[in-house]
Design a protein around this ligand. Structure first.
Ligand code: ZN
Ligand code: ZN
Ligand code: ZN
Length: 394
């Protein structure tokens, strides 16, 4: 475990809150209301529990922002970095109060009865995309006449580009996951169930510094051809591949790595067959080509095409049936999606997975996944574990 873990300085939250408010004002909103989740964590560093009680970041575009929290959570709310540093006042409500009416009145006061917004003159309020319906519907009742819209066009623009501290956290998480892959590849696998190996993966992710172990896909034999296979009670046998796709979070920032192993059980006759070696070679080339293609101005769909081209050229096009990647940050899957049709040009600081796979359903499959950051002049792969096929005794 490392002791000098990277972190986001408190001042950064003030910058993010101000940037969100300015973008919302330009877009004609009267306020942004952010519920518990990744958006709140991004803007306030507050990983609040998603409860039925309302916790909400209220960001009026013409007034002071505040964090509204139930009184019984005053202590954690006040200890989030911008609140502790004095940039974010915390307004608490009592058990019997109408918290939604409180938020509506704060917005009304900040907008001064004036109605910034569209030509129809209505107050426009942006809400975080994952705000539960039970909160949104009550807010709508307490703010009659206001128009509620999604905040993702504003907050997504900020979150899609990672700053140096966020990249440091993603790197820390990636390296920790790399070490777990190495440890698993050096341990015993043959004769154990996938679920047992997955349990070990989760323990090791935590031991290597993750706060949470979110997933451990262990797909052995024919299960390696099912991209989202969860670990099962299947017993791993010598002479088959294992797709290992694992990840967790460090301070909210995710790791996500896939490597493909082949276990021989120590029997040289049980190594990968010719077809698998060929399939893996094609995949390896495709993953490298897609990573190499990354750079500022390159579209997300061009990276997908760079992975798909070599796979299709070898006749495996139909066996690569998912997008090439997804953005990663405070959410495991977020923008930008590396997929055909996404013409968004990559910008420096975007972070996403590059994870082509080839799956011969019912037989076997392989995937290689790295987290890649778009650097100023090209790709920066955060994962460093070898990308070759791990032919191991297991
Ligand atoms: Zn996935
Ligand atoms: Zn993955
Ligand atoms: Zn992934």
């Amino acid at each position: 475990m490392t002791t000098s873990r990277p972190s986001i300085p408190a001042e950064r939250y003030r910058e993010r809150l101000a940037a969100a408010r300015d973008l919302a004002r330009e877009a004609g909103f009267g306020a942004i209301l952010v519920g518990v989740g990744a958006d709140m964590r991004y803007l306030a560093g507050y990983p609040a529990m998603p409860l039925e009680r309302l916790t909400m970041l209220v960001i009026p575009t013409a007034g002071d922002w505040a964090l509204v929290a139930p009184r019984l959570e005053a202590t954690p709310a006040r200890s989030c970095p911008p609140a502790a540093a004095g940039f974010l006042p915390v307004v608490t409500w009592e058990e019997a109060d109408d918290a939604h009416a409180l938020v509506a009145s704060m917005v009304r006061e900040a907008t001064g009865g004036e109605r910034p917004g569209d030509e129809s003159g209505g107050l426009r309020i942006a809400v975080s995309d994952d705000l539960p319906a039970r909160h949104l519907l009550r807010l709508q009742e307490r703010a009659p006449g206001a128009r509620f819209e999604l905040a993702s066009p504003i907050l997504g623009r900020l979150r899609i580009v990672k700053d140096a501290d966020e990249i440091a956290l993603l790197t820390e998480a990636a390296r920790a996951a790399d070490r777990v892959v190495d440890q698993i590849a050096h341990g015993r696998l043959v004769g154990r169930t996938e679920a047992d190996v997955a349990r070990e993966v989760r323990e090791r992710l935590i031991a290597e510094g993750h706060d949470d172990a979110h997933f451990a896909i262990v797909g052995s034999g024919p299960n390696s051809a099912s991209p989202h296979h969860e670990a099962s009670e299947r017993v791993i046998a010598a002479g088959e591949p294992i797709v290992l796709d694992i990840g967790g979070t460090i301070d909210g920032y995710g790791s996500d790595i896939t490597r493909t192993l082949w276990v021989t059980g120590g029997d040289p006759a049980k190594g990968p067959d010719e077809r698998f070696r060929h399939l893996f070679g094609v995949l390896h080339g495709a993953q490298a080509a897609a990573t190499r293609s990354v750079g500022p101005g390159v579209t997300a769909e061009a990276v997908d095409a760079a992975a798909r081209g070599p796979i299709e050229a070898e006749g495996f096009g139909d066996a690569f049936f998912h997008r090439t990647g997804h953005g990663i940050g405070l959410e495991g899957h977020e923008d930008p999606y590396i997929i055909a049709g996404n013409r968004e040009p990559l910008r420096e600081g975007m972070a996403f997975s590059v994870e082509p796979g080839i799956y011969l359903v019912g037989e076997y499959g392989a995937r290689i996944e790295d987290i890649v950051v778009c650097g100023p002049d090209g790709p920066i792969a955060l994962n460093e574990a070898p990308r070759e096929l791990y032919v191991i005794d297991g």
